[in-house]
Design a protein around this ligand. Structure first.
Ligand SMILES: Nc1nc2c(c(=O)[nH]1)N[C@H]1C(S)=C(S)[C@@H](COP(=O)(O)O)O[C@H]1N2
Ligand SMILES: [Mo]
Length: 315
């Protein structure tokens, strides 16, 4: 829900922002540029508002296409610029409140829209609404399966990929093709444990099976649910003799990637549906989905559903 609403509302904001910038553009050249100290402050506050809004929408769309034309890390920048933009928006709303209040309280008859001057305000809003609607319908199929055939504007469809699930990074791209298939593969559980475990896939399969229907909610704009089978992280920790309030970090065979490890907080660890999964939709995991073992758990973004696990460090 949160992932798709975030992406859909972000995409729908694009025509709204463009229309807004287009209508206020002439004011950029108003003369004199500053009429008073207050007016000057108000205009300065527009810089983070406009720059922040444009950056948020641009970087968000670029992220859905996995395009990062800047040196900084997308996630934290997108997050912090959002706070700056919200702050600038509050300042802007505060500065415009008197005008807005006056405009809203004015009676329509006393202030009819001047006829014949191009698009009316209502017409403009209708166009913005229609464009936003088209953009949403053209992309929301990345999360809502019934719309998948209409997803002509989306970079991918959530049902295309091995076992009906998309793949962002294949085993080949991650450079794990051979090590992941190595029969000597073991899953190691160490750190703050009483007993260090070293488990083969057969050992894991011999442990209590647990099934959960869970989505991969990818911040790159898509999500897809599947039925996962594996062993509860909680069960493995119990066998290793971890303390009751333990947390953990899982590590991938993949090297040199921000996705190669992820941490599990206490509620993730304790949720019985947080799985070390070896099957999806009743089949052994495809190599591209993290064979032999991947993490999958509720309330975690896709980036934290680490694939090709080989180790869990308990803390
Ligand atoms: N080791 C590893 N795990 C990973 C990734 C990755 O690149 N490497 N991608 C993550 C991301 S961003 C998502 S959304 C999910 C699903 O990605 P997939 O479609 O590549 O399976 O796996 C996550 N686990
Ligand atoms: Mo992702």
């Amino acid at each position: 829900m949160t992932q798709s609403v975030h992406v859909a509302t972000g995409i729908a904001s694009i025509p709204l922002l463009l229309a807004k910038l287009w209508t206020v553009f002439p004011k950029l050249w108003a003369w004199p540029p500053v009429e008073s100290v207050l007016h000057g402050l108000e205009r300065v506050a527009l810089v983070p508002l406009v720059a922040g809004s444009v950056f948020e929408l641009f970087s968000g769309v670029a992220n859905t296409a996995r395009w990062y034309p800047y040196p900084f890390f997308f996630t934290s920048t997108h997050y912090w610029v959002a706070w700056l933009t919200i702050g600038a928006l509050l300042v802007h709303i505060g500065a415009k409140l008197p005008i807005t209040r006056e405009a809203l309280s004015r009676r329509r008859e006393r202030d009819p829209e001047p006829p014949g001057e191009g698009l009316s305000r209502r017409g403009l809003l209708a166009w913005v609404g229609a464009t936003a609607g088209i953009l949403i319908v053209g992309t929301v199929g990345e999360t809502l399966r019934p719309f998948r055939r209409l997803s002509v504007l989306a970079p991918r469809r959530p049902d295309i990929g091995p076992q009906g699930l998309p793949v962002n990074t294949s085993a080949h791209q991650a450079g794990v093709g051979d090590v992941a298939r190595d029969p000597a593969w073991r899953f190691v559980v160490d750190g703050r444990v009483k007993t260090r475990l070293s488990l083969s896939l057969e050992d894991l399969r011999a442990m209590p099976r647990r099934e959960a229907v869970l989505p991969i909610s990818c911040v790159e704009g898509w999500s897809a649910s599947a039925r996962w089978t594996g062993v509860s992280v909680a069960e493995v920790l119990r066998r290793a003799g971890a303390r009751p309030r333990a947390t953990a970090v899982v590590e991938s065979l993949q090297r040199d990637s921000t996705y190669a490890r992820s941490s599990l907080n206490r509620s993730h660890v304790q949720d019985p549906d947080t799985l070390l999964a070896y099957e999806v939709n009743g089949e052994t995991l495809d190599l591209d989905h993290g064979y032999p073992l991947r993490l999958i758990g509720p309330n975690r973004p896709g980036v934290m559903q680490t694939k090709w696990l080989y180790r869990m460090v308990v803390r």
